[in-house]
Design a protein. Structure first.
Length: 149
């Protein structure tokens, strides 16, 4: 009966490895960002075109986030006028975020959304709660002074 233990170990490994690998981010040049589809890359490039990244900030005041753009399951953009966009690379993938059909429910304390704050998705039709996701730092992208770009 000692041959059963190796079989169990092999069976467990064959089920566990794909599950663990499914949680890992896709390979891109940016750490923690999953690979973007061509459509997602085009959306990101369009929003950030002509803008230069600044120093990341921990918190984004609510009044700064006038328009939320879901680029992928790992990237959110917050537009604040024509010349300023905040990019947020989530701490991990948020399955279903890119579909843009679910409602984002942000758990906010105070008047800002901060790195490490949670939000979850809720199905618009059924009301069923989806995954819980975590914000990363907010990186401001601004048009350079002088109107270049």
């Amino acid at each position: 009966m000692t041959w059963i233990k190796p079989i169990r170990a092999a069976a467990l490994t064959s089920f566990a490895v794909p599950l663990i690998a499914g949680c890992a981010p896709g390979g891109t040049t940016e750490p923690g960002a999953a690979a973007l589809s061509p459509k997602q890359a085009e959306r990101l490039d369009k929003q950030l075109a002509g803008k230069v990244p600044g120093e990341p900030i921990r918190c984004l005041p609510s009044y700064r986030a006038s328009d939320t753009i879901r680029v992928s399951d790992t990237i959110l953009l917050y537009r604040s006028g024509r010349n300023l966009v905040y990019r947020n690379d989530l701490k991990a993938s948020c399955p279903g975020l890119a579909r843009d059909s679910d409602i984002m429910v942000i758990r906010q304390f105070g008047s800002s959304t901060c790195e490490g704050d949670f939000f979850h998705l809720v199905d618009r039709t059924s009301g069923i709660r989806g995954p819980t996701c975590v914000f990363g730092p907010f990186v401001p992208y601004r048009k350079p002074a002088g109107g270049a770009g």
